[in-house]
Design a binder for this molecule. Structure first.
Ligand SMILES: [Zn+2]
Length: 144
């Protein structure tokens, strides 16, 4: 009796490519700041993710008023522990307070000017106030 064994090999193994770097996702954790370290997040399960972004975004990440904040950023992964935050105009930066996801903004109450990165007010040159803001209020007049 003849036994014929036929082994089947899949000749065409499709390259498996993760599309994660093309998808907009968010990361959340405690905002890490410090001398000589890249801005980053420490997630709930203890992972550290380095954050990169444009200069206005980096300005926010380095704002000491946000040190250790419960922070969330939108963007995409460029490595297992490296995250590229969306450009500042996409409004990709949030801080969580009391269970609410708030946009990170800056506000000059003298000039009623809002900005997305810390620094002097473009009008009166005074330092702008950090103003965490409910996204639902974004298009309303901030009179309260
Ligand atoms: Zn001003």
């Amino acid at each position: 009796m003849m036994t014929r064994r036929i082994l089947l090999f899949s000749a065409a193994v499709l390259p498996f490519r993760l599309m994660a770097d093309e998808q907009r996702v968010s990361v959340r954790g405690r905002l890490r700041q410090g001398d000589g370290v890249k801005p980053g997040l420490t997630t709930k399960d203890g992972k550290t993710i380095d954050l990169a972004g444009d200069s206005a975004t980096l300005g926010v990440l380095r704002d000491t008023r946000l040190k250790d904040a419960d922070f969330e950023a939108m963007g995409h992964f460029t490595g297992p522990a490296e995250f590229q935050i969306d450009p500042i105009y996409k409004k990709a930066l949030f801080a969580w307070r009391d269970g609410k996801r708030l946009m990170v903004t800056y506000w000059c109450e003298i000039c009623s000017i809002r900005a997305w990165t810390p620094g002097p007010c473009q009008c009166c040159q005074r330092p702008m106030k950090l103003d965490l803001r409910d996204p639902a209020l974004e298009d309303t007049d901030p009179t309260n």
